[in-house]
Design a protein around this ligand. Sequence first.
Ligand SMILES: *Cc1c(COP(=O)(O)O)cnc(C)c1O
Length: 377
Amino acid sequence: MPPYEEFAEAIRPLWDSRWLTNMGCYHKELEEKLKDFLKVPGLSLFVNGHMSLELAIQAFQFAPGAEVITTPFTFISTTHAIVRNNLKPVFCDIKWSDGTIDESKIEDLITEHTVAIVPVHVYGNLCRMEAIQEIADHYGLKVIYDAAHAFGMEYQGRGIGSFGDASVFSFHATKVFHTIEGGAVAFTDPKLYDRLYTLKNFGIQGEELVTGIGANAKMNEFSAIMGLCNLKYIFKSMEGRKKSYEFYKEQLENVKGLRLFRKEDNATNNYAYFPVLVEEEYGITRDELWSNLRDENIYARKYFYPLTSDQACFKNKYRNANLQRAREISKKALTLPLYEDLAMESQERIIDILKNRKGRIYVSMGEKRAGVLPSGL
Ligand SMILES: *Cc1c(COP(=O)(O)O)cnc(C)c1O
């Protein structure tokens, strides 16, 4: 949260203008500032990350029933956004090294019905964007990145949202940067600005003209002001996360049976998540470790388990590749608490439990310790 007084002072003008939503001046200001900060050619703000993704996909006007190649190792929103556009997700396996879509397996899944690829920079681990673009160009497919985990990241000096046809960010309260609820679509084709503007505003073109079937997905002025306040502290916030991230890394990278994902060398990091993979040599399972932490009021998350393709609403409905690797990673991944002001003392307790492998001996009967907040949703 930004300092309370700063936010309170910043929202005061709304009591005079009474302009609370419908693309007001703070909406415009945040859009411009984020465009610069994210180093993207175009940007449109939305009410949340999910609607950003849903309407970004809709903006390309794919034929109903067409196929979209995507990853099952993601938050359910990614798959919902595809299916709610009347498109068919085709799930592709992921890579062992970083959990992102396995670009070498995409081509096998392409049919005459394929129209797009929706990869996810999961945990801020970046997809192989050159390879994906090459495939997309060859087959005439659109690439829409779910970049909800990659806010503020750069690859080879370019804003991460400048790759592909569009990239979607989430500004939910649990993310690195937030507007309470919010999101954005970054894009390269300037024509998308008007199309997205119309789609987030009921398809309205003029006072008496509705040309498209839009939704209501506008960001309001309170959220835009929250974003403007938070943007002032984004480097401080990432710096705080970095300290905890580096400490986890130093303490855990040589623990037998714990594996860390590979990070791209040519990219910056936003320190959003710290996932570990609990391998067999660790001695206890991911779920046992999760329980040991939970006994101590430490809320690590099984991100992402189950795979979205295995969720009750999607199971056995779509044509899938062999998802063996995704299933295995999904059973092994655990995301540790990580936030700007995570106390060193709390982090040491977490690391102790991870190093010990038998967290249960830490249960101290009768003693109620302060909980450690979850790292995300
Ligand atoms: C958070 C998130 C979303 C959805 O964003 P909201 O702002 O919560 O709607 C989509 N995809 C991924 C990978 C996310 O982590």
